[in-house]
Design a protein around this ligand. Structure first.
Ligand code: HEC
Ligand code: HEC
Length: 306
């Protein structure tokens, strides 16, 4: 179940609880109601829906609980309040059905029940809704469909889950295209499938594509430079790259030569970004050079003439 569905269910539970409580409060507040039956039944039906919804959410939540190795403190509080709701419901049903002499205390139980559900909302569903509203989103493809993922949640997943086997530096040292990141994430998951859920993998991918991605449509010298810093020091120093004087065309040739030394060095889109960087930043101006050459030649000629 996605966090959106869970949050909606949680708000639904609170809503049903409030509706049921309001009906009984109205009934108790009026002395001679003409619609007593309606209020009683509305409260009772609300109560049953509440109970069923509560059981359903509990099953979902217990499944979630299994995913944790260590429960964070707020999850502990959340779990205990959630579990405490069950005896409250049972006591309330028992009093209403079997022990009518405690009938007067029912409104208190009802109130405590609604407050308990209310306390469950802020830490999870509430925070989730706020982050959903404030977040950045990115669209990625998932089995042929486009899905929207929350980048802020993705950042947390990467920071927590991608650092379990190696440092985050190893992640942040790379920039990759979306297919490449997708490949990496599924390879990483294959090493230990339990480390993150399908949903988390999607969120991590969204974050990686958004922040460490190569946009095929957009050339960016920053990206080209990062790829060079990351990949071009494996066989020789980076000095070799940054001290070379080449024209754009010569750079393109050199890059093809390097790719022939190691076919896995760069894929096509990385090569495009690298060439873009080289042409913008490191390329020798052909025109400028020609001028320099002609200047030198004229100067030599002048010397010879003299
Ligand atoms: C189960 C352990 C494990 C987890 C979790 C894991 N990795 Fe890795 N990762 C490895 C291992 C082992 C290697 C080295 C072997 C390889 O490249 O396959 C590696 C290598 C990498 C590399 C290449 C590093 C380099 O210097 O070449 C990147 C990038 C990477 N991981 C990214 C990630 C990302 C992103 C995540 C989270 C989505 C992640 N990893 C989670 C085990 C893991
Ligand atoms: C697989 C090993 C390898 C990798 C990785 C590699 N190079 Fe090279 N590079 C070489 C070798 C070998 C030479 C020497 C070739 C020669 O002198 O003919 C060289 C030489 C060079 C030269 C000087 C050669 C000239 O023609 O002036 C430049 C510039 C260069 N590499 C740039 C890069 C860049 C940019 C990258 C990253 C995209 C890169 N290299 C990655 C192996 C590599």
């Amino acid at each position: 179940m996605s966090p959106v569905t869970n949050s909606i269910l949680a708000f639904g539970l609170l809503g049903v609880g409030i509706v049921a409580a309001v009906h009984i409060v109205i009934l108790l507040g009026q002395n001679n109601t003409t619609h007593e039956k309606y209020f009683k039944w509305a409260h009772r039906i609300g109560g049953y829906i509440f109970f069923v919804l509560y059981l359903f959410i509990s099953v979902v939540m217990f499944q979630k609980l299994e995913e944790f190795n260590v429960l964070p403190p707020k999850a502990v509080i959340h779990s205990y309040i959630g579990i405490a709701i069950l005896p409250l419901i049972i006591i309330k049903i028992c009093i209403a059905r079997l022990y009518k002499k405690f009938y007067k205390s029912l409104p208190i139980y009802g109130m405590v029940l609604v407050i308990a559900v209310y306390l469950q909302i802020p830490l999870y569903a509430g925070l989730y809704m706020i982050s959903a509203i404030k977040s950045q989103y990115v669209i990625i493809q998932e089995k042929g469909k486009f899905v929207k993922v929350n980048v802020n949640i993705g950042r947390k997943v990467v920071q927590q889950k991608c650092a379990t086997c190696h440092s985050l530096e190893r992640v942040y040292a790379h920039v990759k295209t979306e297919p490449d990141w997708r490949d990496y994430v599924s390879r990483m998951r294959a090493k230990d499938p339990g480390v993150m859920t399908e949903q988390e993998a999607r969120e991590a991918l969204g974050y990686l594509v958004k922040n460490l991605g190569i946009d095929e449509m957009k050339m960016d010298i920053q990206i080209g430079m990062r790829i060079i810093l990351e990949k071009c020091h494996k066989c020789h120093t980076l000095e070799r790259v940054f001290t070379s004087k080449k024209t754009t065309a010569e750079w393109a040739q050199t890059i093809e030569l390097m790719r022939s030394f190691d076919p896995h060095l760069l894929n096509d889109s990385e090569a495009r970004q690298v060439n873009y960087y080289l042409s913008k930043v490191l390329a020798r101006q052909e025109l400028g050079l020609d001028k320099l050459k002609t200047n030198r030649i004229t100067r030599q000629r002048d010397l010879l003439i003299r």
